[in-house]
Design a protein around this ligand. Structure first.
Ligand SMILES: Cc1cc2nc3c(=O)[nH]c(=O)nc-3n(C[C@H](O)[C@H](O)[C@H](O)COP(=O)(O)O)c2cc1C
Length: 218
């Protein structure tokens, strides 16, 4: 399709949202519980990768960047994902801990937006998760200096094979540059698509002792 055809197509498609609604009386007072409920419903709806989320980071100058990662833990103290601490996102989060998360589940007409700050996740927690990964993924974590340029694909395969040899017959330890970030949210927004673009948007703003719940215009 030429650009013009693509543009025409995406301008003509009109989707009305009507499956569900979101009301103050029905949401959980705790946004973590509410997120857990929605993830469970996304899993039940058989959405592909319902725990995949876009995370946005910014460097010290405020220049933003986004990418998808997997949410791997939802706890009362925060949300956890794993990555390479020397990657672009890793470096940015270490110099500027502000983060925004976004889940989009089109099949159930939902979006969740989360804002907060990250902390390094505990080494015990990262070890536990790393130990449970398949051996190839563990070796991959050693072989990839994530986000650095590499001359060729063959070079990456070579690095992988070198680490395979290095750890032959041994347990693969967690690389010091690989682990979790714990996101400590201060804001959640749950979005449910509604007819006539009158979508439901319920937010939770963290206060000293609790969460303030409110509604935004669509
Ligand atoms: C569905 C999906 C899940 C992903 N999960 C992760 C993840 O959990 N951790 C991770 O570091 N990268 C993950 N990635 C790769 C990232 O999107 C990204 O390419 C990589 O982390 C490098 O990002 P950066 O250069 O901005 O640091 C995932 C990509 C996709 C499409």
């Amino acid at each position: 399709m030429a650009f013009e055809e693509v543009t025409n197509y995406i301008n003509e498609v009109r989707r009305d949202f009507a499956q569900k609604e979101l009301n103050e009386s029905a949401v959980n007072a705790n946004p973590f519980e509410q997120l857990g409920n929605w993830i469970e419903e996304a899993i039940n709806a058989q959405i592909l990768d319902p725990y995949a989320m876009v995370i946005s980071t910014a460097n010290a100058d405020g220049k933003p960047s986004s990418r998808v990662v997997y949410l791997r833990g939802i706890y009362t103290e925060g949300l956890v994902f794993y990555t390479n601490y020397n990657s672009q996102k890793g470096k940015e989060l270490i110099e500027n801990p502000q983060i925004a998360l976004n889940f989009f589940w089109g099949e159930v007409e939902r979006q969740v937006r989360i804002e907060g700050k990250v902390e390094m996740y505990s080494t015990e927690g990262s070890d536990k998760y790393f130990d449970a990964r398949p051996r190839e993924s563990k070796i991959g974590a050693w072989a990839s200096s994530q986000s650095e340029e590499i001359a060729s694909k063959e070079e990456l395969t070579k690095r992988f094979e070198e680490f395979q040899q290095k750890f032959d017959g041994k347990e693969v330890p967690r690389p010091p540059h690989w682990g979790g970030f714990l996101v400590k949210p201060t804001y959640f927004e749950f979005w449910q698509g509604r007819p006539s673009r009158l979508h439901d948007r319920i937010f939770y703003q963290k206060t000293e002792s609790n969460w303030k719940l409110g509604r935004l215009m669509p």
